[in-house]
Write a protein that binds this ligand. Structure first.
Ligand code: HPA
Length: 275
C-alpha cells in the first residue's frame, strides 16, 4: 500500500464520520480572500485540526477550515486557508486537501490566490484568470510511487485549466463589468519574495503573475481527473517593479480592495458552470 494514499483514506474516513455532504465544486480561498466563505449558505464546518493527519497552516491569516454549503443550489466545499510548501510540509501533504475534496465528490476545483504582478500592464487589485502555469520552480506533487487509484503515472498537462470553465469565468466577468486580466501563473517555493532579477527572468519566460501556491494543487487535481480553473488576485507589483519593498500586509489590503469583484466573479461563475 501507498502511505500517501493511506493517509488520504484516513482523512476521508475522519471527514465522513462528521458529515456526508457531497460537494460538486471545491473552492480554495487564497491569502486575504477567506471572507468569501461568508457569502455561501453554510451548512457545516470542519476545522482542519479535527481531521487526523491533516496539514494545518502556520501562516497568520490562513485560519484553517473546510466550509460546506451552497452557492444557489450548488453544493460546494470551501477551503478557508491552505498549507504551503514553504511551511516545511512535504509536497504530498500540500496536495492532500485537493485530493481529499475530490474523494468527497468534487468534480471541479476552483483555485484562488494572491499573487505578485509580473506583467507590466497589471495593477494591484486586478483579478487575473489563470490560463496556464509554470511549475518548474516548484516540486512536482506527483513525485514518488504513483497512486494508481487516483491517476496515471505520466499525466498530460496540456490543458490543466479547463477551457469551458475559463470561458464561463471570462463571460461572467464581462457580464458583470469586472475587468479581468489573463495570464500564466508561476509557483515558486517562497517564503522569501523574489529578487528583481528573478522577476525579470520570469517575465522573459512568459510569466504574468507569481505566487507560492496553486500550481502543485492544479497538477494533483488534473492527475486525479478534476476540472480545474483559477483566479489570481494581484496583490502587488512584483519585486523591483514598484517603489516600496514587498510585505505580507499589502496582500490583505489588495484583497480587501478586490473583495467585492472577487465575490461576484466567483459566485456568478460557479452558477454559470452549468451544474
Ligand atoms: N511574490 C510571490 N508571492 C506573492 C507575491 C509576490 O510578489 N504577492 C503575493 N504573493
Amino acid at each position: 500500500m501507498n502511505s500517501v494514499y493511506d493517509k488520504l483514506q484516513n482523512c476521508l474516513h475522519c471527514v465522513r464520520k462528521m458529515t456526508d455532504f457531497v460537494p460538486e465544486v471545491a473552492i480554495v480561498l487564497g491569502s486575504g480572500l477567506g471572507d468569501y466563505a461568508d457569502t455561501i449558505d453554510i451548512k457545516y464546518e470542519i476545522d482542519y485540526s479535527a481531521i487526523d493527519g491533516f496539514p494545518v497552516s502556520t501562516v497568520p491569516g490562513h485560519a484553517g477550515k473546510f466550509i460546506f454549503g451552497y452557492i444557489d443550489n450548488i453544493p460546494v466545499v470551501c477551503m478557508k486557508g491552505r498549507v504551503h510548501y514553504y511551511e516545511g510540509y512535504d509536497v504530498s501533504e500540500v496536495v492532500l486537501p485537493t485530493r481529499l475534496m475530490m474523494l468527497m465528490g468534487a468534480k471541479i476545483l476552483f483555485l484562488t490566490n494572491a499573487a505578485g504582478g509580473v506583467n507590466t500592464s497589471f495593477h494591484a487589485g486586478d483579478l487575473m484568470l489563470i490560463k496556464d502555469h509554470i511549475s518548474v520552480f516548484a516540486p512536482n506533487p506527483l513525485i514518488g510511487p504513483n497512486i494508481d487509484e487516483l491517476g496515471v503515472r505520466f499525466p498530460d498537462m496540456s490543458s490543466v485549466y479547463d477551457r469551458e470553465l475559463q470561458a464561463v469565468i471570462r463571460r461572467t466577468a464581462a457580464e458583470n463589468n469586472i475587468f479581468l486580466q489573463e495570464g500564466n501563473y508561476a509557483q515558486l517555493t517562497g517564503p522569501s519574495f523574489e529578487s528583481p532579477a528573478e522577476i525579470r527572468l520570469l517575465r522573459t519566460l512568459g510569466c504574468d503573475a507569481v505566487g507560492m501556491s496553486t500550481v502543485v494543487e492544479a497538477i494533483a487535481a488534473n492527475h486525479c481527473g478534476m476540472r480545474v480553473c483559477g483566479i489570481s488576485c494581484i496583490s502587488n507589483l512584483a519585486a523591483g517593479m514598484g517603489e516600496r519593498p514587498l510585505c505580507h500586509e499589502e496582500v490583505q489590503e489588495a484583497a480587501d480592495m478586490a473583495a467585492p469583484r472577487f465575490k461576484r466573479l466567483v459566485t456568478e461563475s460557479v452558477k454559470g458552470f452549468g451544474l
